[in-house]
Design a protein around this ligand. Sequence first.
Ligand code: RFL
Ligand code: PHB
Length: 398
Amino acid sequence: MKKITTQVGIIGAGPAGLVLAHWLKKHGISSVILELRSREYVEGRVRAGLLEQNTVDIINDLGLADRLNTEGIEHDGVYLSFDEERIHVPFAELTGGRKITIYGQQEVVKDLTDAWLEQGGQLYFETGATAIVDFDTDRPKIHFESDGGEQGILECDFVAACDGFHGIGRKTMPKDSYQSYDITYPFSWLGILANVAPSTDELIYAYHENGFALHSLRSETVSRLYLQVDNDEKLEDWPDERIWEELSTRLATKGWTLKSGPIFDKSITPMRSHMIDNLSSGRLFLAGDAGHIVPPTGGKGLNLAVADIKHLVDGFVDFYKNNSLQNLDDYTQMALRRIWRAQDFSNFMTQLFHKQDEHGSYTYKLQKAKIDYIKMSKAYKTTIAENYVGLPFETYEF
Ligand code: RFL
Ligand code: PHB
């Protein structure tokens, strides 16, 4: 049986686990990462693309933003389209210059993984955590098993479960230590990546009587687009021509056309909101999707994961430098403020742009009334802009 010892044992090499490992290293705190999947799988997993200003700032502070700064695409506004009419919301103007950056999550994961391994960091791929034990003592342990069947124990001072929605971190939390909240939406997202230049200079979120559509991008030559589909729909029902036709219809506005091109990735993702209101038990801490899921309409999931890590690092640094557990005790409370804000904003964006009821119904009229209000009110536009780019950390210190 293999035995490893470190200060912080990290489960999961997604954005949360990797940012945590790098940030701890900066403070001289050691960690080891266990990752269930292979390196190819993790680096190829197509997911997020929208990074908030805070996330970009953190990756810069860690000295890991060389490629992000050259290949990431900054946006200082967004288009909101309703029944084929577009409103522009200029974030930078409304939020004192804050922006978002488009840079694929897999690229973030690649950059952080490369740097971690180059710096001699320990990261075990194809090695799943199978149990977290003794987290109510000051010597918790993570039992693990590699794909090859090798078993081991990672002994540490603290366990950071950054193992996503399906990981074992949340399942290990004592059931009576939290309350959970769940919404399953009656629709999913069909997402594509295509080799075609984006047809827009800013992202477009669109409500249409056929359903929601989003035009995002990855580079000057790759577009990322999404369509609302029913939960029971299959990719086989969506040949490329049908996808482009539907995107053109839903994103349409007068005098604008959508360019189409070869699709090289297609997937369907169900939409849910989930959270628990306690992110720690003894020396076990949850961060990122392990503790909360938001529908992707606000582009918040990865950004929340990175924000959790900021508070967790504050806690670990306070412990190792000042021998105090105070910031770790406050971790849940600090993180939850931002998580609930993101839950609300993601739910708001989801309800505003998805087709939920018949076109012309009461629900539709409320959606339309909100859009009309956004159109006429700078205050409402500012609310959307500051949530979309992400509120600065200081805002939550009340
Ligand atoms: P991850 O990325 O899921 O990483 C968890 C890692 O843990 C591993 N793991 C284990 N390892 C060892 N032992 C075990 N027992 C393990 N069990 C699991 C997993 O293999 C995995 O590698 O979680 P993390 O780090 O918390 O990061 C969260 C983000 O991945 C997620 O919130 C975002 O992708 C959500 N999201 C978006 N977020 C944004 O901020 N901006 C966006 O634009 C955005 N768009 C999206 C999205 C998510 C989407 N999908 C597919 C759900 C668009 C989509 C379509
Ligand atoms: C993406 O580029 O993948 C993306 C952008 C904005 C969102 C969700 C996903 O709200």
